[in-house]
Design a protein around this ligand. Sequence first.
Ligand code: ATP
Ligand code: MG
Length: 560
Amino acid sequence: MSTEEAPKLDFMRQIVADSIAAGTHGGRVQTRFPPEPNGYLHIGHAKSICLNFGIAREFGGRCNLRFDDTNPTKEDVEYVDSIKEDVRWLGFEWDELHFASDYFEQLYDWAVQLIKQGDAYVDSQSLEAIRAGRGTATEPGINSPFRDRSVEENLDLFARMQAGEFADGEHVLRAKIDMASTHLILRDPLMYRIRHAHHHRTGDTWCIYPMYDYAHGQSDSLEQVTHSICTLEFETHRVLYDWFVEKLGIFPSHQYEFARLNLTYCLMSKRRLLELVEADVVSGWDDPRMPTLRGLRRRGYTPESLRNFCHDIGVTRYNGLTDMVVLENALRHDLNKRAERRMAVLNPLKVVITNYPEGESELLEAVNNPEDEAAGKRQVPFSRELYIERDDFMEDAPKKFFRLAPDREVRLRWAYFVKCNEVIKDADGNIIELRCTYDPETKGGNAPDGRKVKGTIHWVSAQHAVSAEVRLYDYLLKVEDPADIPEGDAWREALNENSLQVLADCKLEPSLAEVSSDMAVQFERLGYFIADSQDSTPEKLVFNRTVTLKDAWAKEQKKG
Ligand code: ATP
Ligand code: MG
């Protein structure tokens, strides 16, 4: 892609375009997406995936998937597998698959090189002492008493650390840089710690593990990554990234930072999402309320809608908060074009068409998607007993209520005009049934005499309907900005107790019994819904509401 063709590149793509134009690395572009396999991917990762894979795709480059698996205690193959699946589901394929743990041997050799150069040393202070010695933003740190160990002693201790002679925490390997540096990260950062733990790939081969800062840049370098893209929190790490590259004399990968995605009403760190799962606040990583790709998928989000969302929000260096509505609108936009329409009644009220012959039924033609002619038509059964939505009837209706009311006529979608003549109530005065008449002349929804009705409501035939449980979702949090939630347990207070509402006996048109859990459908007038991939069975249908048709939440808030 040349800059002339796309003058409005975001700043990151501009950097890439400029480096190609300058012939840096021969104009080659290599990116990578580097998740730590310690949880499931979330929508924030989608932004990083779309950026890294997108840049490679657009600039004729390559993008690797690399697992940053340097922390054996928190990582698992379960996460590795799910991350691979989720990247593919989102629509991307990596050029090479790597694991930082495959580089452990090389990283070890490079550490030995740094020791020999006098650029690293074994520190035998406790972690607390090391922390205390780092100083602050206004005060320099103090040198460790072990800082001036000889190269021989360092080589010997490091080899013994690796051989398993010491317990966790007895020694660490530190880069020897500058305890007075104005960059706190350069105050002799840790490179290795001892951890006698089983690693999901390397097993018990290693008992020392590299720190993120030492493993990450060197892994980039080994893969000849030209643009190492990460989020802004790592900006302060860049000087250290460059220091290792320089001291080791290895391929000069370079780090570029962008603003992470933050969404309203949404927790977005794997660690915190894990807390939700472990506290049983949600049913799992794939709970439809979770911002994980699994959860969003089960909720009915399409990969296209997520890619479009990531494109729409753009890439900047400014940390902001994106309104969840932007994500929902990307989904509505996509589903409006693609989702087939169906009829479903969530709160059923029985209607008897008294002038429709008993025991008879007919099939009426309904358009599957007015936005897509290729989606064709289907047939919907109609008979004497129907269900309509309770909300669509009002006994003492004001003038502006354009739905069904005593002595008023409405159109039943794809069917006939009906008029309500009688309201049946139980002993407590609850409405349990409506008696209506239909006008056979209005089949298909228009009256030959040209008379009009103000409202059209949806319905299902009672005898043909299938029952289903329908789950309605709201945001998991009632706090708009997740940054306002303090660390620790405070997220519990921030939970929205009404994030899940279960409607146990909804009535659906029969074709919904066969709908797949891969693609949402629109329940006319109600929103987009998807068969639940985990819980829906032919015996017991379960649907999730993906998203409402309009932004009801914003309206609700304005009211409140
Ligand atoms: P978490 O705190 O959720 O575990 P992380 O940054 O530790 O997130 P990693 O697995 O290390 O997760 O991240 C893989 C890549 O995804 C990194 O390059 C990281 O910068 C990026 N990433 C993670 N969260 C976001 C986000 N909210 N927005 C954009 N990119 C993100
Ligand atoms: Mg992390």
